[in-house]
Write a protein of this length. Sequence first.
Lengths: 181, 88
Amino acid sequence: MVSLKFSVNTPAERERLFIHLYKTAFPATARYVSKKGGSFDEAKDVFQDALVVYYEKLTDSSFVLCVDESSYILGIAKHLWAKSFREGIRYTPLDHHDTEFIEYENDKPSNQMLLHYLETAGQKCMEMLKAFYYDKLPVAGIARLFGYSTVHSATVQKYKCLEKVRDTIKEKSLAYEDFIE
Amino acid sequence: MRISLNKIEQIDNHLFSRGNAKDRLIFEAMLILDPALKSQLSWQKKTLDFVQHYGRKKMKAEMESVHRQLFSDPAHQRFRNKILSLFK
């Protein structure tokens, strides 16, 4: 993670980052959305989606930020807004119209049920996998966060979790599809 | 590590293009020869899709809580007024 001024390993650290970004970047996005005839709620949705995109860029080690943070976020927000506008709909949050997985898979009720199941029954593993694959934290940091004494044991645990979650997904998605279809 | 975990590690390395050229070539050959491995690979990809979706959902929840805080806490009154005035 090449995060600039903020470390974002824990929810408290991310909260600080989000407050900072809200204060510095939300006014410009809100002004833009308002000028385009959008509402406060739409400004909020498009801004939060832009923050998700920005965060995912930050976690990509090859990402180099060439403009300042606020302009970058405003640029993403404008892009998302224009895309939604072209499709002739009011702004709907990212979940409904972006990325392959979400577009093709997430609308399926079986996947919604499965995600809900993983959030509850498999939360510990999901949190760990999120740290590795979504937040892309360094393994030493993950070991510390999750209380493993060595990097090796944290890595082994990652593979155990992958196996466990994968098997759950496999088993449940077949069962849910049977149930729904 | 258990054999099944080694397999998972191999698939993970394949998905993220890690490891040396020789190992990667061997893995690609195994994928052609072993339909079970191919199926495991696709379930493991699907797992990572779920992890991504889980990550986004969690992050949206964290942002939502920041949003609530900024638009209700008296400490952020000036910021709030500035934003809300844009939508009058």
